[in-house]
Design a protein around this ligand. Structure first.
Ligand SMILES: C[S@@+](CC[C@H](N)C(=O)[O-])C[C@H]1O[C@@H](n2cnc3c(N)ncnc32)[C@H](O)[C@@H]1O
Length: 256
């Protein structure tokens, strides 16, 4: 096997360690009939993230983790495949497949190099998977390659604004209302005391990258949790998230 890029190897080790912690969230999401997105679990009916027509569509989840997004797609009639870099996350996904009686292929690998031919899928999706742990200059061209003409790329990430306002003093110190780092030249991000490596682009660079890969931006959903929402991620407070977007979902379509 070819040697993994440094960030992929580091993220593999980090996610193998984190996997057990994410199992309860995985089960909770698998057991939900209606998809609910992000740290505030905003229902699909409010956000409209998924394509309206999924019956018979080939879909790939890039960085599927516990694979609940694949499960939501399968229940809507799609044919999902999940790929993830962590054996431990995939072990949870397989256990949840058995528990919920739903089978679809799960591959162990790097979402920057996916072992499928060009134009294999109608939908490529990532919810905090490849979308933050892979280098966008690698995974977005790869997603574009995998999509058929007219296919959709949908991905969720933490917002650029929340990233800029994060004091980087650990999970207990919440995101504030002051800019802490530059907007320009965003790319690789390493948080103090954390092993995993994230990637983020500012909006101008993201749009340029999508367009360079024949992906036309159709929508940028800036998630606003409804009043009274609760989260298991206290790093961002509800008051903050009601005033500024703390998460964003991009929808882009491959040129025909
Ligand atoms: C927060 S989870 C998101 C997945 C899913 N929504 C969930 O919560 O279970 C992040 C996942 O991205 C995966 N990941 C990180 N780097 C990856 C890469 N290069 N290729 C594929 N998956 C990757 C991790 O192994 C992890 O399972």
């Amino acid at each position: 096997m070819a040697e993994l890029p440094e960030h992929v190897a580091r993220n593999r080790a980090a996610w193998n360690e984190l996997a057990a912690e994410y199992e309860p969230d995985g089960r909770r999401n698998w057991s939900q009939e209606e998809p609910a997105w992000g740290i505030w679990s905003v229902p699909e009916s409010e956000l409209g993230v998924l394509p309206a027509e999924l019956e018979g569509r080939d879909a790939i989840e890039l960085g599927c983790g516990t694979a609940y997004v694949c499960a939501w797609l399968a229940r809507r009639g799609a044919r999902p495949v999940g790929i993830d870099n962590s054996e431990a996350q995939l072990a949870t996904a397989r256990a949840l497949q058995a528990e919920f009686g739903l089978e679809f292929p799960l591959l162990h690998g790097n979402a920057e190099r996916v072992p499928f031919p060009d134009a294999s899928f109608d939908l490529a999706i990532s919810e905090y998977g490849a979308s933050i742990w892979c280098d966008p200059y690698e995974w977005i061209p790869e997603a574009a390659r995998l999509l058929r003409p007219g296919g959709e790329l949908v991905f969720m990430v933490g917002s650029v604004l929340a990233l800029l306002c994060d004091p980087d003093e650990g999970e207990e110190v919440p995101v504030g209302d002051r800019l802490q780092r530059p907007y320009f030249d965003l790319h690789r991000v390493e948080w103090t005391g954390e092993d995993a490596i994230e990637f983020h682009l500012n909006h101008g660079d993201m749009i340029a990258l999508l367009r360079a890969n024949e992906l036309e931006v159709e929508q940028l959903i800036e998630v606003r949790p409804p009043p009274g929402s609760t989260t298991r991620y206290p790093h961002i407070g509800l008051e903050w998230a009601r005033r500024w977007p703390c998460e964003e979902i991009w929808r882009a379509r491959k040129s025909v």
